[in-house]
Design a protein around this ligand. Structure first.
Ligand SMILES: *Cc1c(COP(=O)(O)O)cnc(C)c1O
Length: 353
C-alpha cells in the first residue's frame, strides 16, 4: 500500500463558492488564485472556473505566466504589479492587468516604450491599511500621470481592507470613506471588496470584488454568516494502532501522558505535509465520520490520535484533518494562525481532484 495521505480538492464546491460569492453583489468578481490557489492548485482551479470567472487575480507575474501557459485566456490581474520594465513588457505580451501601487511603477510605465493602449492598470489607493498603495493625497497626481501614459488603456481604482473580517470594528467604513474622498472626481471602475467585505460589508461593493479565501470554503468571519462549502479535505488513514496503559507518554517531548487505558491510532501525516505542529492534544480529527482528538505532539511524518472512544475504528479507518467535517478555521485557531496559512502550506501530499 502506498502512503494514503492526500488533499482532495472538490472543484464543484469551488465553483459553487465562486458563483455564490459573486452573486452577493452587483459587480463582477475575480477568483483570487495566488499562492497556488491558496494551496489548492492554481492551474486546475483556474481551468475549472475559466468558463464562469470574470477574471483571475494573482500576486505576481510568474503566477500569471503559469496560468497563460496552461491556456487560461480570462483577464488576469497582477495584484503586486510589475517589479521592473521587463515585466511590463511581459504583462503587455500576455495581456495582464497590472496593479500600480507606487511611484516607481509609474516611472517604469513612462519609460517602458509599450504599445499604445496596451495595458489596463489598477491604481491602488492606500485607504488606511498602510501596506501598499498611494497615500490619499497623492492619488490624483498618480492618476493624472497614468492617464497621460499612451500605453495605458484604462485605469481602475482599487483599495484593500485591513479589517474586513472584523465586523464589530469601524475600520472598514473609515477606509471606504477615505477611498471615496480621495477618488471623488476620478473616472473609472472601482474594486474594494475581498472575501471578508463581500460577507460582512455590502456597502463596499463596487464594480469588481476580489474573492480569495471564500472560494476555498473557509469563512474568514468569527461568526460565519453563510454556508460556504469547504473545497479541500486533508486526509489519511490509520496505519497502525496500539494499546497503552495509564501513565504512558506519547510522542516527542513526552508531552501527553495517558490517564487511562488508551488505544492510540497512528496516521501518516505530519508537519512536513503542512499540518501545523503547534496544535495541542485535544485538537479534533474525524475518524470514519466520528470526532476524536490528536494526542501527543504532531511529528514531521506522523500524528497520533485517540481511538479509545471509537471501538469500531482501526487500521484502514479514514482520518480527516480538515475538510467538510472539521472546519479548517478550528485547526487554524488551535495553531494560533488563520485558515489562509494552513491551506497555503499544504505540501508533499498528492492532490486528488
Ligand atoms: C489576497 C488578496 C485578496 C483576497 O483576499 P481574501 O481575504 O482571501 O478574499 C484581495 N485583494 C488583494 C489585494 C489581495 O492581496
Amino acid at each position: 500500500m502506498t502512503r494514503p495521505s492526500k488533499a482532495i480538492i472538490d472543484l464543484a464546491a469551488l465553483r459553487a463558492n465562486y458563483l455564490w460569492g459573486r452573486s452577493q453583489q452587483q459587480g463582477k468578481a475575480f477568483a483570487v488564485v495566488k499562492a497556488n490557489a491558496y494551496g489548492h492548485g492554481a492551474v486546475i482551479c483556474a481551468q475549472s472556473l475559466a468558463d464562469v470567472a470574470d477574471g483571475f487575480a494573482v500576486a505576481f507575474c510568474a503566477e500569471a505566466v503559469e496560468l497563460r501557459a496552461a491556456g487560461i485566456t480570462n483577464p488576469i490581474l497582477v495584484l503586486e504589479g510589475c517589479f521592473d520594465i521587463d515585466e511590463l513588457h511581459l504583462a503587455q505580451k500576455l495581456s495582464l492587468w497590472v496593479a500600480i501601487h507606487q511611484e516607481s511603477q509609474i516611472r517604469d510605465l513612462e519609460h517602458a516604450n509599450l504599445d499604445d493602449d496596451s495595458l489596463h492598470v489598477w491604481l491602488k489607493v492606500d485607504s488606511g491599511m498602510h501596506r501598499a498603495g498611494f497615500a490619499l493625497g497623492h492619488v490624483k497626481l498618480a492618476h493624472e500621470r497614468l492617464a497621460k501614459c499612451p500605453a495605458v488603456a484604462s485605469i481602475t481604482l482599487m483599495s484593500h481592507f485591513s479589517c474586513s473580517d472584523e465586523p464589530e470594528k469601524s475600520t472598514t467604513l473609515d477606509q471606504i470613506k477615505a477611498f471615496e474622498q480621495a477618488t471623488r472626481d476620478l473616472p473609472g471602475a472601482r474594486s474594494l471588496s475581498n472575501s471578508g467585505a463581500v460577507l460582512a460589508w455590502p456597502q463596499a461593493a463596487r464594480d469588481w470584488a476580489r474573492l480569495g479565501i471564500l472560494l476555498y470554503g473557509a469563512d474568514p468571519l468569527p461568526q460565519p454568516v453563510e454556508k460556504l462549502i469547504p473545497v479541500m479535505t486533508l486526509q489519511s488513514t490509520v496505519f497502525a494502532e496500539r494499546w497503552l496503559e495509564p501513565g504512558e507518554p506519547i510522542g516527542y517531548g513526552a508531552r501527553f501522558v495517558t490517564n487511562a487505558k488508551t488505544r492510540v491510532g497512528l496516521v501518516a501525516l505530519g508537519y512536513a505535509d503542512g499540518y501545523p505542529r503547534q496544535v495541542p492534544s485535544g485538537t479534533p480529527v474525524a475518524v470514519d465520520g466520528a470526532l476524536t482528538t490528536i494526542i501527543g505532539r504532531v511529528s514531521m511524518d506522523m500524528i497520533t490520535i485517540d481511538l479509545t472512544p471509537l471501538p469500531q475504528a482501526g487500521i484502514g479507518s479514514n482520518v480527516e484533518f480538515w475538510g467538510k467535517q472539521i472546519d479548517v478555521n478550528v485547526i487554524a485557531q488551535a495553531a494560533g494562525t488563520i485558515s489562509y496559512e494552513l491551506l497555503c502550506n499544504v505540501k508533499r501530499v498528492p492532490k486528488e481532484y
